[in-house]
Write a new protein. Structure first.
Length: 135
């Protein structure tokens, strides 16, 4: 299943935070090991399913079962990174999806918003010219 970069990043952030919690709560769990093979549990599932970003950008994922969520995390790890020599961990994957999202914003979303704003400004100026008060 291909996730949008922002949704994948959110999931990885939730997973990272949970791995940190687990390693602090149980000293037998090493954070480095958890970052390579994360434990995906009900707490991650609940945080992901109820997050506003998931409801907004991936509403079909908001009712996931734990087994499916584990599969999604596994598929992110299996997909790996563009640099095949880089270690695949929760942190390296999160960094990759972070930079992917930034690139999406810079190359697609921001130019699209600028264009929409530039189209609205002449319309708005026309309304003001006809006696309508500015906001």
């Amino acid at each position: 299943m291909d996730l949008k970069a922002n949704v994948a990043l959110l999931l990885l952030q939730i997973v990272l935070y949970r791995q940190q919690e687990l390693s602090h709560a149980d000293k037998s769990l090493k954070l480095d090991d958890l970052l390579q093979e994360p434990i995906v549990d009900d707490i991650i599932l609940t945080k992901f399913n109820t997050h506003r970003l998931v409801k907004l950008y991936a509403s079909g994922l908001s009712g996931l079962q734990l087994r499916t969520l584990k599969g999604i995390v596994r598929s992110l790890f299996n997909k790996g990174l563009p640099d095949k020599n880089a270690p695949v961990t929760v942190v390296t994957l999160a960094n990759y999806y972070y930079y992917t999202r930034v690139a999406e914003l810079e190359q697609e979303q921001i130019p699209k918003l600028k264009k929409q704003i530039s189209e609205l400004i002449p319309q708005r100026n026309g309304e003001i010219g006809r006696g309508l008060k500015p906001c």
